[in-house]
Design a protein around this ligand. Sequence first.
Ligand SMILES: [Zn+2]
Length: 78
Amino acid sequence: MPYSYRCGSCSASSPPGHYDDALAARDEHRRTAHGGLIPDGESITEADDPDRRGLDPKTIAAVAGLGLLAALYRWITH
Ligand SMILES: [Zn+2]
C-alpha cells in the first residue's frame, strides 16, 4: 500500500510512494516550507494506488490464458 505525506497547513501532498518516501517528503517539506518547524495538521496516510484501480492488464491476460487452456484441454480430451 502506498503512502502519502500531507501538510494540513499548506494543503500540499506528496505523490504516493513507500512509507520511507513519505517520511523523506515530510522532512523535506518541514525544512523547505516551514523552516524546520512542524506544521499543523500534517499526516502520513495510505494513498490510492493508481495501478490498482480497475482490472489491470496482467490479470485480464491471466484469466484469458486460463480460459484458453481450459478450452484447449476440453478440445484435446474429447
Ligand atoms: Zn506545509
